[in-house]
Design a protein around this ligand. Structure first.
Ligand SMILES: [Zn+2]
Length: 691
C-alpha cells in the first residue's frame, strides 16, 4: 500500500473494509429518487431547495462545519423561444419533448423547452445552411464550394466528431453566422445506435440536448467576475466586456424539429461524411429554406449555492482532500449529475457512520456540492477563486465525480502522479460481476484502446485531462492534483428530459450496483489520501506522462526541427529519475520504522507543492486564467497537453514556443530539485540520521 508502513496498512485496510461494507445501493436509490423528482437547473427554486436539503443530510449524517456558500452570478434562462420555417412551407417547431405513459416524470409540467444557456437574445429571419458539425473544417468546405454563411442560419449536428457546443457557437459567431441551430442526429445518439427511450437507452425522436454555450474555455466561472469570486457585493464587469459571453443566437433542436428543415434544403448534396441517420439526402442548402428564429433570454444576477461539509483530520487537520460533485441539472439529471450526487451522499453517510465509531482520517476531508456547473463550471470556479490562497497551501488532491454512472465501463482520469494510486485502489474493490474493478477496467480499457498487445497498468488511467467539469479550477487555475471517476455505457439522452430516474432504473444502473461501487471507490481514494504516512504521489509515473506528452507534441508538430527540445527532454528525464529514486527512498524510510510524524508532515508539505510549481502565473498566452503548463483544454473541451507550447507551435510562432518550453524547463528543474531534497530527508531517516 503506497505511502503506508506495514502496521498502518493493516489499520487502513480494516478501516476501508468497514467503510466499504457500509455502502448500500438501496440508500443510494432513495437519494437518487429525491434528487431526480423535479427539474433542478442552476438558479431554480428547486435547485436552491436541494442545496438546503444536501446540507441538512450532511448535518444529520454527522458531518462537521456544514455551511452554504452563496455566489451572485449572471444566470440565463429562456423567456421566449420560437422557431418557424416560413418557406418553402410552414412548419412551427415544437421545441418540447414528448411524454411517455411508462414514465410519469416525463409529464412533469416544470420541464423546460429547448434552450441553450447564455445564448444571445434576438430575432432573425434568414436562409438555412447545413454546416455538418459546425467545426472550422466544415465551414472551410463550404467556403471552398462558394457558400457564404454570413447572415445565414447554420444548422449543425451535435457530434460528428464531438465538439463542445460553445466551440461551435464561437466558430459560427466569428464567421458572421446570424443564428446557430444544433440538433441531435439519430446517427449519433438515436435509433441508429439502438433502441430508443422508453424501450432502450438511446435518444427518442423529440429528445433535446440542452446545454450552455459559454466560452468557458477562455475563462470559466461567472462571466462577470473573471478571476475573482462573485461573493455578494463583488465588483462586476459589464456584460459587453465578458469574453466568455456569446453574442450569437443559438438553439438546440430534436431531430423531430430538424427533419422538416433538412428535408426541404436545396443546393448541392452534402459530402458522404456529412450524411446523417435520417432517411433523406442531406443537402447544403441555398436560399429555399427560410426560417424565423426568436430567442429572448432572461439574464439576471441570481444566487447560486454551494453547500460544504468537512470531516476534520485527527492529525493533520490543515491538509485537505477535497471531494466534489455538481448538483444542478438541465432537467432531472438522472445521470448528469444526480447519479454523482446520490453516490456522494452515500459516501458522506458512511463516513459519518465511521465518525460515530470514532474513526476519522488523519487529514481533513472537504466535501462540496457545486452549483451552476452546467452553465460555466460556475460554483466550483467561484469557490476556488474565493479560497485560492488557502487551497494552494492546504490541498492534497481534488476528487471529482460528475456523472457517477451511465453504464458499466469504468473510466478513471488522474494526473500522472496519482495514476498508480487509482490502479492500486481498483484492485481492492469488487465489481457487481464478482471480478475486481481492476480486472473490469483492464478489459474495458483494452477494448477502448483497440490495441492488439496486452495493455499495462500504466495504460489504465487516462492522464490526458481536458475541461468540461468541476476539476478545472483545481487543476488549471490552482495547480491541485485531480482525479475524475465515472462509469459509462450506452447513453443517448444526455441533457434531455429522458435522463431521469426511469432511465437509470431501466438502462443505466438497475439495482444501483455501479453507484455503490462508485461510492466505495471515491471513498477509498479519499481515505487512502487522507491517511497515508507519506502522500502516495508517484512522480516517476508523472515524469513518464510528461515524456509521452513531449513526444506526442514533437511528432504532431515536428517541434524538434524548429526549437531545441534536447534540454527539455533532458529535464523531463531528470525529473523522472528523481521520481524513481524518491519512490525507493520513501519505501525505505517507511520500512525503517523511524519516520517521525513531524518529518513526514514536512515531507508531505513539500510534495504538495510539486503540482503548484507547474503553474505559470502569467497563464497560457492569450488565456491568463489557465495557469497549468502541462494541462490545458482546447476550445472543444478536449484535452490539451503542454498547452502553451502546443498552441504556439500550432500557430507557427516558434519564438513563443521556445519561450513556453523554457518555462516548463525551469519548472521541471525546480521540481527535480524539490524531489531530490525530499529524498535526502527521507534517506537520512532510513539511514538512522540525526533527525
Ligand atoms: Zn455534469
Amino acid at each position: 500500500m503506497a505511502g503506508f508502513s506495514p502496521a498502518a496498512a493493516v489499520r487502513e485496510d480494516a478501516e476501508e473494509q468497514a467503510y466499504r461494507s457500509l455502502v448500500s445501493s438501496e440508500q443510494i436509490s432513495k437519494f437518487h429518487r429525491y434528487l431526480t423528482a423535479e427539474p433542478h437547473p442552476a438558479g431554480s427554486a428547486r435547485n436552491n431547495e436541494l442545496a438546503q436539503w444536501v446540507a441538512a443530510q450532511w448535518r444529520e449524517q454527522g458531518l462537521e462545519d456544514v455551511t452554504i456558500h452563496q455566489y451572485d452570478v449572471l444566470n440565463s434562462t429562456p423567456r421566449e423561444v420560437s422557431l418557424e420555417m416560413i418557406a418553402p412551407k410552414k412548419y412551427r417547431a415544437v421545441l418540447r419533448e414528448a411524454p411517455y405513459d411508462l414514465d410519469s416524470d416525463t409529464r412533469n409540467p416544470n420541464v423546460s423547452g429547448a434552450y441553450l444557456g447564455y445564448s444571445a437574445s434576438g430575432e432573425v429571419t434568414a436562409p438555412v445552411i447545413y454546416a455538418h458539425s459546425g467545426n472550422p473544417e466544415d465551414y472551410a468546405y463550404l467556403r471552398k464550394h462558394g457558400v457564404d454563411v454570413r447572415g445565414k442560419i447554420a444548422l449543425v449536428r451535435y457530434s460528428n466528431p464531438y465538439s463542445y457546443r460553445g466551440f461551435k457557437a464561437l466558430t459560427a459567431q466569428r464567421l458572421g453566422v446570424a443564428a446557430l441551430l444544433i440538433y441531435s442526429d439519430p446517427e449519433e445518439d438515436g435509433y441508429k445506435k439502438g433502441p430508443v427511450f422508453p424501450d432502450g437507452p438511446w435518444g427518442p425522436e423529440s429528445h433535446i440536448q440542452r446545454g450552455a454555450i459559454t466560452y468557458d474555455f477562455l475563462e470559466p466561472g461567472d462571466p462577470l467576475t473573471p478571476g475573482w469570486a462573485s461573493v455578494p457585493g463583488a465588483k462586476r464587469i459589464p456584460p459587453e466586456q465578458a469574453v466568455s459571453l456569446p453574442t450569437i443566437i443559438a438553439l438546440p433542436l430534436s431531430w423531430h424539429d430538424a427533419e422538416p428543415l433538412l428535408k426541404n434544403l436545396d443546393g448541392p448534396v452534402a459530402p458522404d461524411e456529412w450524411q446523417g441517420g435520417l432517411p433523406l439526402k442531406y443537402r447544403i442548402g441555398g436560399s429555399r429554406v427560410r426560417v424565423h428564429v426568436k430567442v429572448d433570454m432572461n439574464t439576471s444576477i441570481e444566487p447560486y449555492y454551494v453547500p460544504e461539509a468537512r470531516i476534520h483530520g485527527s492529525e493533520s487537520p490543515d491538509d485537505w482532500v477535497i471531494l466534489g460533485n455538481h448538483r444542478d441539472a438541465w432537467v432531472f439529471g438522472g445521470v448528469d449529475p444526480s447519479s454523482g450526487t446520490a453516490a456522494m451522499l452515500e459516501l458522506t453517510r458512511d463516513l459519518g457512520q465511521l465518525l460515530k465509531q470514532g474513526i476519522r482520517p488523519k487529514r481533513t476531508l472537504v466535501i462540496c456540492s457545486w452549483d451552476g456547473e452546467e452553465y460555466a463550471l460556475t460554483g466550483s470556479t467561484e469557490w476556488g477563486e474565493q479560497y485560492a490562497d488557502e487551497l494552494k497551501k492546504k490541498t492534497v488532491a481534488y476528487l471529482n465525480v460528475d456523472e457517477a454512472t451511465s453504464g458499466k465501463d469504468f473510466q478513471g482520469d488522474a494526473v500522472g502522479s496519482l495514476a498508480p494510486l487509482l490502479v492500486e485502489v481498483s484492485r481492492t474493490l469488487t465489481a457487481p460481476s464478482g471480478r475486481t474493478l481492476y480486472e473490469e477496467w483492464k478489459s474495458s480499457r483494452q477494448n477502448e484502446l483497440h490495441q492488439a498487445e496486452q495493455i499495462s497498468d500504466s495504460d489504465l488511467p487516462n492522464t490526458k485531462i481536458g475541461s468540461g467539469s468541476d476539476h478545472t479550477v483545481f487543476l488549471n487555475f490552482l495547480g491541485i492534483p485531480t482525479v475524475g471517476l465515472t462509469f459509462v455505457g450506452p447513453y443517448g439522452v444526455y441533457h434531455s428530459m429522458y435522463d431521469d430516474f426511469y432511465w437509470m432504473n431501466h438502462f443505466g444502473d438497475p439495482g444501483y450496483r455501479y453507484h455503490a461501487l462508485m461510492s466505495q471507490l471515491w471513498g477509498v481514494m479519499a481515505l487512502r489520501l487522507g491517511d497515508a504516512d507519506i502522500l502516495p504521489f508517484d512522480f516517476a509515473s508523472y515524469g513518464a506522462s510528461i515524456r509521452r506528452f513531449v513526444m506526442a507534441l514533437d511528432s504532431a508538430n515536428h517541434l524538434s526541427a524548429k526549437i531545441d527540445l534536447v534540454s527539455l527532454q533532458d529535464r523531463v528525464s531528470a525529473f523522472e529519475a528523481a521520481g524513481r529514486e524518491l519512490n525507493e527512498s520513501t519505501s525505505r524510510a517507511i520500512a525503517s520504522g523511524r519516520l517521525a510524524a513531524a518529518v513526514a508532515e514536512g515531507v508531505n508539505q513539500e510534495l504538495m507543492q510539486v503540482e503548484r510549481n507547474w503553474c505559470n502565473p502569467d497563464g497560457i498566452p492569450g488565456r491568463p486564467w489557465w495557469k497549468h503548463s502541462l494541462y490545458g483544454a482546447r476550445y472543444t473541451y478536449a484535452h490539451l497537453e503542454l498547452p502553451g507550447i502546443t498552441e504556439a507551435a500550432e500557430a507557427g510562432d516558434w519564438a513563443r514556443a521556445a519561450e513556453q518550453a523554457r518555462f516548463l524547463e525551469s519548472a521541471l528543474a525546480h521540481n527535480t530539485d524539490l524531489l531530490n531534497h525530499v529524498r535526502k530527508e527521507l534517506d537520512s531517516v532510513a539511514d538512522g540520521g540525526s533527525r
